[in-house]
Structures are given as structure tokens and as C-alpha cells.
Write a protein that binds this ligand. Structure first.
Ligand SMILES: Cc1cc2nc3c(=O)[nH]c(=O)nc-3n(C[C@H](O)[C@H](O)[C@H](O)COP(=O)(O)OP(=O)(O)OC[C@H]3O[C@@H](n4cnc5c(N)ncnc54)[C@H](O)[C@@H]3O)c2cc1C
Length: 418
């Protein structure tokens, strides 16, 4: 049996190792576009901050790890999948046949359409090469702009601060972390960042980036000048773009594999084509808790899905009934998290408590007597309880009303109901 895996990120590596563990005689080929050792995107901010070396970003540290497990690796970009003839075509024109296939191509950063976005000194932080380039420019005292204050942007913010830059964050929405929490909580995170000397401009976009050579009158003042929608002009030495990502599925257009936003998969991680699976940031999987297909672009989800896909690829039966929908973030020492349907559900009830002075916040979202989502700031002691109540879909009965009256009773509710 020949298993081919497209992508050497978290999902690809875990799938390859899982197949090898359970099917010692099968052939495994991992194809990835990067030519160095497989690395973790999640580690890039720590490399950027200087906390770790480049080699520490590698997903497996032993040079011979993959060859020792008889996992063949090939560098190349897959351009086309012929599902009927079970054949891949790579960018160099070569072809590769497969019996079972895993698509683990992750996501690509989305760059906003802004004049000047491709100027030198403007970078996403998505690859190891991006991180190297940013490190050249993010020197102590350098003027840096970060566009986007979402999950990845906020992680990068911490790395940039650690490098000693003077940082301005520009966020289109009215608050920080708009994909993770509501207005009151997002504002609280903003206040925290401002206390740490980060300038935060919310409800603002960068409408133009002007490189030095095109700056009339101001020529030579700064390598870059960013014009904001609110009229502010910011000189900068570096602009980091963190405005979201999109599953990398364009190359599947004529493959017959069904995609919506990402590759649509069932609970076994199989696509509509038997024997072709998808996992990780590129996969859109069914989540029983919300009754929807969702993408959860975090590493633990990629690991869960890859493990499940790999077991099915070797003929075992495994299912992922829900998608891990948890985001946990440490923003310059302030821990925040969101779980499940933190935006709430139609006809549901919610409660919110905030202690602005001490940077503590909790919001609970209910559907009937079940907790379906939550977000918090500074209350990490509740993380396990919230995760379990939401994941297990626990009927809280009368405890729902008690929690609506006093959300601090979470521990008691958990003890009584679980
Ligand atoms: C800066 C940053 C910080 C992050 N921090 C966190 C964090 O703290 N916690 C967390 O849980 N998650 C974090 N994430 C998200 C996490 O990195 C992803 O969820 C995870 O990498 C997904 O794994 P994956 O295998 O699906 O995709 P990826 O890791 O993106 O791997 C996909 C691989 O496929 C290759 N590929 C793509 N297309 C092709 C093709 N056509 N042919 C061949 N190869 C191809 C790519 O080059 C890549 O190697 C962060 C992401 C970034 C960018």
C-alpha cells in the first residue's frame, strides 16, 4: 500500500508517523514545498523573539528521524490531483501515484489589498524565511507596525515587543482579538497592551504604504510610511501583516474533491473521494456541537485530525466527532481564551462579568441548559472546567440559572453536574 501525504507541517508529520507505527510494511511518501527540515509555524514567534534557535523550530530534531522510520520525503509543490487515476502532478512536471492520499497543505496568509503592500520591509510571518527577514529589521528602537490584532497577530506582537521595537498595532475591527472575544474583553486586552507602551489603533485600516523612494517631501525620513484610514500617518522601518489566512486548496479546483472554504471531510477525515483524506488548517470538518462544518486553524486540531485520518488510511476505524475550538493566548502576560461558540447562539442566553481594574473577565453562552461557548481573561483556573462542560455538552439543569445569576459558581456547577 502506498500512502502519499501532501504537506510536511504538523498534520503531515503526525499522519506519516502514525501510519508507520501501525503499518510497518506500507510505503509512505511526504511531499512538501519547503526544502529544509519540517518546522512548526507555531514556533516562529519564539524564534523571532530570540527565545529559541532556528533548529528548535524543527518538528523533529533528529536529522535521520524520517529516514530511520522509512518515511520518504520529497521536496516539491503539488499542482494537480487526478482523483480517478490516483496520480499527483508536481510543479517540475513529474508525477506520483498513490493508493491512499492525505491533503495536509495548511493555509496561506491573506494579504490585504493595499497599494504598497509588496514594498520591501512589509512581511507576513508565515514561513521561516519570513521570520528571518523580519528579524533583520526588528532591531531595538525600530518603528514597527503590525497590521491585524487577531490570534496570530497578538502572538507576533509579543515577539516584536521582545525585540525592543516601538510598536503600533492597527486593527480594522473595533477591538483587539475580534475573532476570539467580544467588545468588552477585546477592549480590556487593548488597555493591557497600551499599558505596556504599545500604541493600538482600532477601527482603522492601513489604506496605503509608501516606500521611501515615493515619499514626496518626506523622502529619506523613513523606509516606509503607512497612511491610516483615520488620517494618521506612521513612519516605519518594518510592517508585519497578520490579517488572517485561507486554507490552501486552490490547486484542487479540477480534482473532483469537494471544497467549500477548505476541503470538506466527514468524521473519518475522508473527502468525497474514497481513499483521499484531509487534515489540519486546510480541512473543513463537521463539528457535532455546533452542527456546522468548521475550520479550526490551531496545531492541536491539526494533530487530532491527522491522527484520525492516518488510522483510517491504514484500514482502522477512527472518528473525530467534534472540532477542537479552543484558542488560548498569552498577551504580554495576560492570559485570555475562547471556547466553542463564544459568540453565542440564536435564542440562547448569556452572562458577562468584568473586573476592569484587575483585568479579569468572564462570559458564558448557553443554549437551553447547556454551556456552548465562553471567553475569559485572567481566569485560567477555569479553563479545564469550561472546556469539559462545552465539549461534553453537559445538561446543567437548574445550575444554568444559578450561573446566569453568578458565573463565579462554575466549579460548583461542574461538581454537581459532571
Ligand atoms: C505565526 C504563527 C503562530 C502560530 N501560533 C500558534 C499557537 O500558538 N498555537 C496553535 O495551536 N497554533 C498556532 N498557529 C497555527 C498553527 O501553526 C497551524 O494550525 C498548524 O501549523 C497547522 O498545521 P498544518 O499541518 O495543517 O499546516 P502547516 O503547518 O501550514 O503545513 C502545511 C505544509 O504544507 C505545505 N504545502 C502547502 N501546499 C503544498 C503543495 N501544493 N505541495 C506541497 N506542499 C505544500 C506547506 O509548505 C507546509 O509545509 C500559528 C501559526 C502562525 C503562522
Amino acid at each position: 500500500m502506498k500512502h502519499v501525504i501532501i504537506g510536511c507541517g504538523h498534520a503531515g508529520v503526525i499522519a506519516a508517523e502514525t501510519i508507520r507505527k501501525h503499518a510497518s510494511l506500507d510505503d509512505i511518501l511526504m511531499i512538501g514545498e519547503d526544502d529544509g527540515p519540517p518546522y512548526s509555524r507555531m514556533a516562529l514567534p519564539h524564534f523571532l523573539s530570540g527565545a529559541i534557535r532556528e533548529a528548535d523550530t524543527w518538528l523533529r530534531k533528529e536529522e535521520k528521524h524520517f529516514s530511520a522510520q522509512r518515511i520518504e520525503r520529497r521536496q516539491g509543490r503539488v499542482m494537480r490531483i487526478d482523483s480517478e487515476f490516483r496520480m499527483l502532478t508536481l510543479a517540475d512536471g513529474s508525477t506520483v501515484g498513490f493508493d491512499q492520499l492525505l491533503i495536509a497543505t495548511g493555509a496561506r496568509p491573506m494579504l490585504p489589498v493595499i497599494p504598497g503592500i509588496h514594498s520591501p520591509g512589509v512581511h507576513p510571518c508565515w514561513t521561516i524565511e519570513d521570520a528571518r527577514q523580519i528579524m533583520q529589521l526588528a532591531r531595538p528602537g525600530a518603528r514597527a507596525i503590525l497590521i491585524g490584532a487577531g490570534f496570530v497577530g497578538s502572538i507576533l506582537m509579543e515577539s516584536l515587543v521582545a525585540r525592543g521595537v516601538a510598536l503600533t498595532v492597527v486593527e480594522k475591527k473595533d477591538r483587539m482579538l475580534p475573532g476570539m472575544m467580544g467588545k468588552a474583553a477585546g477592549k480590556m486586552v487593548q488597555q493591557w497592551c497600551e499599558r505596556k507602551n504599545i500604541r493600538v489603533c482600532t477601527s482603522a485600516t492601513v489604506s496605503r504604504i509608501i516606500p521611501a523612494a515615493e515619499q514626496k517631501g518626506d523622502a529619506g525620513q523613513a523606509p516606509l510610511l503607512a497612511r491610516l484610514s483615520n488620517g494618521i500617518q506612521l513612519p516605519a522601518d518594518l510592517i508585519v501583516v497578520a490579517t488572517g489566512s485561507r486554507p490552501h486548496v486552490r490547486f484542487l479546483r479540477e480534482s473532483g474533491i469537494k471544497c467549500r472554504y477548505g476541503v470538506l471531510v466527514d468524521a473519518s477525515m475522508q473527502t468525497n473521494v474514497p481513499g483521499i483524506y484531509a487534515a489540519g488548517d486546510c480541512a473543513e470538518a463537521y463539528d457535532v456541537a455546533s452542527g456546522q462544518h468548521v475550520i479550526s486553524a490551531v496545531a492541536p486540531n491539526a494533530a487530532d485530525q491527522a491522527y484520525c485520518a492516518a488510522l483510517n488510511m491504514i484500514g482502522k476505524r477512527a472518528f473525530q466527532r467534534s472540532v477542537r475550538r479552543i484558542d488560548v493566548l498569552d498577551t504580554l502576560g495576560l492570559v485570555s481564551a475562547s471556547f466553542g461558540q463564544w459568540r453565542g447562539v440564536h435564542g440562547g442566553q448569556w452572562v458577562e462579568v468584568a473586573d476592569e481594574r484587575n483585568f479579569r473577565y468572564l462570559r458564558l453562552e448557553f443554549s437551553r441548559d447547556v454551556l456552548v461557548g465562553s471567553s475569559f481573561i485572567g481566569l485560567s483556573e477555569h479553563a479545564g472546567i469550561l472546556r469539559e462542560l462545552i465539549r461534553r455538552h453537559v445538561g446543567l439543569g437548574e445550575w444554568k440559572d444559578r450561573l446566569l445569576a453568578n458565573p463565579a459558581l462554575l466549579r460548583e456547577a461542574y461538581s454537581a453536574c459532571v
